[in-house]
Each structure stands twice: as structure tokens, then as C-alpha cells.
Design a protein around this ligand. Structure first.
Ligand SMILES: Cc1cc2nc3c(=O)[nH]c(=O)nc-3n(C[C@H](O)[C@H](O)[C@H](O)COP(=O)(O)OP(=O)(O)OC[C@H]3O[C@@H](n4cnc5c(N)ncnc54)[C@H](O)[C@@H]3O)c2cc1C
Length: 367
């Protein structure tokens, strides 16, 4: 049952409230500080109650409680929104990240049933030395996912979601067949193209504005385990050549199987470098042939591309974007890759880093 020591929250729940089966964390609880943590430190807020819900009924109870107490709510999936969308000052957080992260696969129907608080590492499978086969890929199946395995399925899907397989299969949200949603009235709905279609339409981009998604049902695709992926590290003068190859490839028509991400970064010592994160959904040989103009560049310092399992590809950038920093993300949309703009961005990153020596690693990517 809910109880809270704050003067805004009574210590006993409303009399019509049902039992709550998840965990309740309030400011005196030993887990309080860790429960406030988000990927970006600047998006953390001191809240009054964190409700780690176990199921739809818990979501319902938490919503009714917040409404009865006049508490504003936030819904937390993977906690990666850097603007603080999954945190709330002096309110109630419905946190989906503890028990609501189950993955079930129906291999014959090529469907994945994913809990509303799951991370992409839960879907694709963690990469360990002994077991590189993940939850979905071990069935020879895959779906478009985000490019960093510690991001949440919830926020990424409900915002659209792009990844390495977007060229081939589309956005993550394009794979959503059905969602279980608890709406503000606390009613539980099944939303799909044939049921509660208005809610199904609204959650395509609506994130938490129309309800709490406790389960996603996704369409999966057949996938061979191994792909070509990895990083090419290049000396900074390579930027012009890299971008010219990108522009030419764009004009010729890119393959739907490829992703080439150009990253301008500062290494640990503050030294600038250019990294090319390559992905080709085929064999290593096919990928190397496809990206030949990149592999022939003279300024390559290190070639770390190789055949690897898809679930490992999903982790390649994890360490570049660790939890706990102060982050600001900004996107801009260009009609095509532009060497001129990429070079201007690179110059701006280096200037900003020089002017702010406290910036340890700065990271801009184009893909
Ligand atoms: C390191 C990093 C890498 C990224 N890489 C990619 C990428 O490759 N592709 C891409 O498309 N995006 C990417 N993003 C952006 C990412 O999609 C968003 O930050 C997204 O909001 C993260 O979702 P989350 O569940 O982790 O975040 P949260 O902060 O938990 O949630 C974000 C928003 O979604 C809502 N929400 C979350 N789960 C649910 C749910 N089950 N039901 C209802 N509402 C919910 C929250 O209330 C909040 O409004 C990346 C972000 C980061 C920080």
C-alpha cells in the first residue's frame, strides 16, 4: 500500500485503494537516491514518491493515488530523456524499470512481447563472452532497435526510434503491432490498428502524453546472426574525404543495408579524432566491398571493423555515452550529407572544447 511521510501525502492510502504489489520508494528509503538517477545527471528531480509498478493494476493504483493526492506524475522507462521527461519535482514517478521488463518471443509468428520498462539490451540480449546470443537473435529474429543498448524501449519507441536496421525495415514504431496502455482514467486498453485506434495513433510519437504502455508487441524480422560492423578511426584531416564519399554515396543511392555514422569526438586527452561507425547487414566480405572507398582511405589510424553478432553491434557505442554526465542533445535535419556543414560542426566542437577545458569528451555524430 502507498504511504508517505510528506505533509502533502497522507500516511494511509485512500480507502478504496487496492493493494500495490510493486515497490514504493520515498525520501527516507535507502533506495531513494539511486531511484532518482537518470542517464543524464541534469535530468534528475527530487520527487515525493517513486512507484516501481509490477503490472497494469499497479499502474492503475498509482494513477488513482496521484489523482486523489493532487500529485503531478512522470513515467519512467529507460530514463534516458535528457530534458527530464521521466522525472518530476515533488510528484509521483511511475517507474516501469524494475519488474516490467520481461521479453517473450513467439518465433513462429515472429512477434516480440516487450515490457514497458525494458531496455534494448533486454530485447537484443546482453553480450557476454560465453553467450553472444541474445533474447531475440537466438531465434534468428531481429527488429529495428536503438543504437545504444542501455536506452529504454519505451521512450525510444513512442518517439519513433531509429537504428541500424531503419534503412531496411523502417522506424521502431513501424514494428508496433499492439500496445497495452493504461490511460489517465486508469482504464486498461489494448490498442492496435483494429482496437482503440485513436490511442494507437496517438502513441505514435505521443510518448507518455496518452497513457502508460505496459507492454509492446512488435513484429520481428528474420536475421542472420553475423553482420559487418565496427569503427574506423581516422586522423582529423580525413573529414573532408569521408564526407565527400558520403555525399557521392548519397547521390548514387545508398543501400538499405548500410549505416555509416561519422563521429567527431575528443579523445580522453582532448585530442580531436574522426570516427566512422560502419554497419552492413551482410557478411564481412560484402560489407568491406560495399564500404571499399572508406577502407581505402590513407588516413586510417585503426580498423576495428569485423564480423560480429547484431546484439554486439547494439553495444558498440554504449561506453561513449555513459550514465551520470551532464548532457545536452540537439538534432538538426539536413536533406543530404554535407561536407561543408560537417566541417563547420567539427570546427565548432574543437573551439567549444578549447574554450571549456572541463569538457572531457565531446561527441557529435552524423548518420
Ligand atoms: C545515449 C543515447 C542514445 C540514443 N540513441 C538513440 C537511437 O539510436 N535512436 C533513437 O531513435 N533515439 C535514440 N536516443 C533518444 C531516445 O530515444 C530518447 O532519449 C528516449 O526518450 C529514451 O527513452 P527512455 O525510455 O530511455 O527514456 P525515459 O526518460 O524513461 O522516457 C522518455 C519519455 O518517454 C516516456 N516513456 C518511456 N517509457 C514509456 C512507457 N512505457 N509508456 C509511456 N511513456 C513512456 C517517458 O514518460 C518520457 O516522456 C538516444 C538517447 C540517448 C541518451
Amino acid at each position: 500500500m502507498f504511504s508517505h511521510p510528506s505533509s502533502r501525502c497522507p500516511t494511509s492510502p485512500p480507502s478504496n485503494e487496492r493493494a500495490f504489489h510493486g515497490d514504493i520508494v520515498t525520501p527516507t528509503h535507502p533506495d531513494y537516491v539511486s531511484s532518482l538517477k537518470r542517464w543524464s545527471a541534469n535530468s534528475q528531480r527530487r520527487t515525493l514518491v517513486i512507484a516501481f509498478v509490477r503490472d497494469e493494476d499497479d499502474v492503475r493504483t498509482a494513477l488513482l493515488y496521484a489523482q486523489a493526492q493532487g500529485l503531478r506524475i512522470a513515467i519512467r522507462g529507460g530514463g534516458h530523456n535528457p530534458a527530464g521527461a521521466s522525472s518530476i519535482e515533488n510528484g509521483l514517478v511511475i517507474d516501469l524499470s524494475r519488474p516490467l521488463n520481461d521479453i517473450k518471443i513467439a518465433p513462429e509468428a515472429k512477434r516480440g512481447y516487450v515490457g514497458g520498462g525494458a531496455l534494448w539490451s533486454d530485447v537484443n540480449g546482453a553480450v557476454t563472452e560465453s553467450d553472444v546470443n541474445g533474447a531475440v537473435i537466438k531465434h534468428g529474429l531481429v527488429m529495428t532497435s536503438g543504437t545504444v543498448s542501455h536506452t529504454g524501449v519505451g521512450g525510444l519507441t513512442l518517439g519513433g526510434g531509429f537504428g541500424y536496421l531503419t534503412g531496411q525495415y523502417g522506424l521502431v514504431i513501424d514494428h508496433l503491432i499492439q500496445a497495452t496502455v493504461v490511460i489517465a482514467s486508469s482504464e486498461k486498453l489494448i490498442a492496435s490498428v483494429s482496437q482503440n485506434t485513436h490511442i494507437f495513433w496517438a502513441i505514435h510519437g505521443g510518448r507518455s502524453n496518452f497513457g502508460v504502455v505496459t507492454e509492446f508487441v512488435f513484429q520481428l524480422h528474420a536475421q542472420s546472426t553475423m553482420v559487418l560492423a565496427g569503427v574506423l578511426v581516422l586522423a582529423p584531416p580525413a573529414m573532408e574525404d569521408v564526407m565527400q564519399i558520403r555525399e557521392a554515396k548519397f547521390d548514387e543511392g545508398m543501400s538499405e543495408k548500410e549505416t555509416a555514422r561519422v563521429v567527431v569526438a575528443l579523445g580522453p586527452g582532448g585530442q580531436p579524432c574522426v570516427m566512422l561507425l560502419l554497419f552492413y547487414n551482410g557478411t564481412e566480405e560484402e560489407g568491406r566491398e560495399h564500404f571499399k572507398p572508406f577502407f581505402e582511405l590513407k588516413q586510417i589510424v585503426a580498423d576495428m571493423c569485423r564480423a560480429m553478432p547484431y546484439n554486439e553491434v547494439n553495444t558498440l557505442q554504449d561506453e561513449w555515452v555513459p550514465h551520470g554526465g551532464n548532457y545536452y542533445l540537439k538534432s538538426a535535419s539536413l536533406p543530404c550529407p554535407s561536407a561543408r556543414i560537417a566541417i563547420q560542426i567539427r570546427a565548432a566542437v574543437y573551439e567549444a572544447a578549447k574554450a571549456n577545458p572541463d569538457i572531457h569528451s565531446n561527441y557529435i555524430s552524423e548518420h
